[in-house]
Design a protein around this ligand. Structure first.
Ligand code: IVH
Length: 749
């Protein structure tokens, strides 16, 4: 039983620390310093450890993060999370206003209450509170289903674990309240993390949004970056219905409950007010400590919102005005070539530091040598750079008038790391043009011989030049630079999906010398016995011995299980994991399905592979090149020896009597209520359809959603069968009841 002093202190600390977080995030006021906060939190942690029964569900100590998880559960949103229609210019915005006035049956001069909000460049989340307690946080996902990221979100101090009913207020907290908003990483946090990464020699995070998304997806809640923040901007399910009647009302209410809302939000009544806000905010947004990429204009009144309604994707009562990317002029100082996991060699430019869209930039990407040739970029040139709101800045163009003493950038003829001679790759379209010309010439020659005449000349497309280079590659699979990158790729979520073996651990093990090949990952299993014995005695070990070469045992244990499990992922994922050029998840799945096992694929001839639908000559060349050279064969043999499953169960192609999609060529167009286009394509592929992108006489069925355009017109002209969403659903249902689900058939998707 806890003594009353401890009990009193625990309650006091819980309340005080929650109050401090709320004051900091909601009212932008610091009540205590970070250090004091941490000291008090530690005191509370110790006390709660002594009296676990006093740890309430909203205790700030629960934010430190639970145990690592295997993966994220996908959960259907109770109400869809729609996205916002974008405009980039004022004419578009005026058109949106016209539609709003028309929809509301108003005159242009009438006033419409508006809420004018900054568009935060973060990651959308839906927070579900039941009886005031945060019980679930879902990512937006495809709008219908999102990932359950509750444990990671609970570590974010800006998000209350429990809502508070303001004193003297009549507003009660609804039993169910879903608040939607944006999780973002403040610029200062982003910069701090990147500084640490730079010091550690880790790859830098591209921008705060990617960093946020990455943090929210880590499988170990303890690793979620400290310092993520949140602004509420919408709602999902609310039960029982409340008297909240407008966006302003909603924002005030959730703020009163303890959720942060953006202090920059303004109100207006006309397009003039909206434009004023857009212009003023553009002046000040770079002074804020978070990234914004536009302004969101919302009709305030919920009744008016309802009158306006939604399209299949966007609400009609809301529009985002996106700011054009900012540009700056600077001088290009040097170009370094870096090697990626497929051996692709990419240029990284260093420039004179210049202030652009809120940060000082010094590096830009130049994509590949072809891009450098096309834009005629030299070292020493004055260049225009642009931040496309996201990613690393790009070099847009050269100010040639200012060129003096500049030096051309030489093509990387050898790998900057292992010095192997590089191989050029050309733009696919141009390469295909040439290949198709060669075929035409051959055909014409044969025809001419048959008809006993001289062959007609066919205009030859211009030869491939430096400008057509799409990449230079190092083909040495043992190149140290490629090795680390390809190991990280191999273990990734969409490839072998090895739990407990994330990027950081791969780097650590690589640096310690444990990983020199894919096979070495499986050699780690030999350490199992040793590990098991250490883990068994873990409780008795002194703290510094609770690690294995610096890696926590808890983590290592998870990793061993993950590696073991990954052995049976099957051929498609192994092929996708090898990082062979042009072999992504889809090509890997097609090849695995076609051949069933690695030996059949190895024996296949290049021409035969290129005949497979969706594969084509470039992919066929790439896979045969890999499988028929010594390095590739060595890798495959090693993985075989390690006991990996290098086959895949064939997905049954349903018979025509089981599936109305079987052997049908199908084109998908427009948008649907019940599924995304990609999702629909995957479903019907599993039901035997061949999905094609253009309508022709060979098309059997066109699946047309809302706002289907030219493809639907063409289908009608050619008299092709067209199914609307209801018909599609009916047919999907009947086919699915006759066929096993794809997940039981070794599907990658
Ligand atoms: S409202 C139904 N308000 O932008 C409309 N979204 O490009 C729901 N975003 O998915 C969104 N700031 O994640 C809204 N003030 C704001 C926003 C905002 C950023 C994000 C949101 C949305 C995306 C659409």
């Amino acid at each position: 039983m806890a003594n009353t002093d401890d009990k009193q202190r625990i309650i006091e600390l819980q309340q005080h620390l929650n109050e401090c977080s709320r004051s900091y995030y909601v009212d932008a006021k610091s009540l205590i310093s970070d250090k004091e906060f941490d000291t008090l939190l530690k005191e509370l942690e110790d006390l709660e450890e002594k009296h676990p029964d006093l740890r309430t569900p909203d205790s700030p100590t629960l934010r430190v993060g639970g145990e690592p998880i295997d993966g994220f559960k996908t959960i259907t949103h109770k109400q869809r999370m729609l996205s916002i229609d974008n405009t980039y210019d004022e004419d578009d915005l005026a058109k949106w206003f016209q539609r709003v006035y028309k929809g509301l049956d108003l005159n242009d001069t009438d006033k419409v209450p508006l809420v004018l909000e900054p568009k935060i460049d973060g990651v959308a989340v839906s927070l579900r509170y039941e009886q005031g307690l945060l019980i679930q946080a879902l990512s937006r996902g495809d709008g219908r289903k999102g990932d359950d990221i509750t444990n990671n979100v609970k570590t974010i101090t800006a998000i209350p674990l429990k809502l508070t009913k303001p004193k003297n207020s009549k507003i009660t907290i609804p039993d169910i309240l879903e608040v939607r908003g944006e999780i973002y990483m403040p610029n200062n946090v982003f910069e701090r993390i990147n500084k640490q990464r730079e010091k550690a020699g880790d790859e830098l995070l591209a921008n705060p949004r990617n960093a946020t998304a990455g943090a929210l997806k880590t499988k170990d809640p303890k690793q979620v970056a400290k310092g993520l923040a949140f602004f509420a901007h919408g709602y999902g399910q609310i039960d029982p219905p409340t008297a909240i009647a407008s966006q302003s009302d909603l924002l005030n209410t959730v703020k009163a409950f303890g959720l942060p809302t953006n202090p920059e939000i303004k109100h207006g009544k006309s397009i003039k007010d909206a434009l004023n806000f857009i212009h003023n905010f553009d002046e000040t947004r770079n002074t804020l400590d978070y990234a914004t990429d536009g302004a969101v204009i919302k009709v305030d009144d919920f009744e008016q919102q309802q009158t306006l309604g939604v399209t299949s994707k966007f609400p009609k009562w809301c529009v985002a005005y996106k700011y054009a990317a900012e540009q700056a002029e600077t001088k290009l100082l040097k170009v370094e070539w870096q090697v990626g996991k497929t051996g692709r060699i990419t240029p990284r430019a260093t420039m004179e530091p210049v202030f652009l869209a809120g940060t000082t930039v010094q590096h830009a990407t130049l994509h590949n040598f072809g891009e450098i040739s096309r834009k005629d970029i030299h070292i020493g040139d004055t260049v225009i750079i642009e931040k496309a709101g996201e990613i690393i800045p790009q070099v847009v163009s050269v100010v040639t008038e200012k060129r003096s003493n500049s030096k051309p950038i030489p093509e990387p003829k050898v790998c900057p790391v292992c010095k192997t001679e590089t191989v050029r790759e050309y733009d696919t379209k141009r390469a295909n043009e040439l290949a198709s010309w060669e075929r035409k010439v051959e055909k014409e020659k044969a025809k001419a011989i048959k008809e006993d005449r001289k062959p007609k000349s066919i205009a030859k497309p211009g030869p491939l030049s430096d400008k057509d280079i799409s990449g230079n590659y190092c083909e040495n699979r043992e190149c140290p630079a490629q090795l680390l990158e390809s190991l990280i790729w191999f273990v990734g979520r969409n490839q072998m999906d090895i739990d407990g073996l994330g990027e950081q651990t791969v780097i650590q093990l690589y640096n310690l010398g444990y990983l020199k090949s894919f096979e070495d990952i499986y050699k780690l299993l030999d350490q199992k016995e040793k590990l098991a014995s250490i883990i068994k005695n873990e409780k008795d070990l002194p703290k510094e011995e609770k690690t294995f070469d610096g890696i926590a045992l808890r983590k290592l244990n998870l990793m061993i299980k993950g590696i073991e499990k990954s052995k049976t992922q099957g051929l498609a994922r192994v092929l996708a994991g090898l990082g062979i050029q042009h072999i992504g998840a889809r090509a890997a799945d097609t090849l695995a399905q076609h051949y069933g096992n690695i030996d059949a694929l190895i024996s296949a001839k290049k021409d035969e592979i290129s005949e497979i639908e969706d594969i084509g000559p470039i992919t066929a060349e790439s896979i045969t090149h890999f499988l028929h050279n010594e390095a590739g064969q060595h890798i495959i043999q090693e993985l075989k020896d390690a006991g990996l499953t290098l086959s895949v169960p064939k997905r049954q192609v349903p018979s025509e009597s089981d599936s109305p999609f079987a052997n049908k060529t199908v084109v998908i167009t427009g948008t649907f209520e019940s599924f995304g286009r990609k999702e629909l394509a995957e479903q019907i592929t599993n039901l035997g359809a061949k999905v094609s992108s253009s309508v022709s006489k060979k098309t059997d069925i066109v699946l047309a959603g809302e706002s289907a355009g030219s493809k639907l017109d063409k289908a009608n002209k050619l008299n092709v069968t067209v199914w609307d969403e209801a018909t599609i659903l009916k047919n999907l249902k009947s086919a699915q009841s006759n066929t096993p689900p794809a997940s039981e058939q070794g599907s990658l998707f």
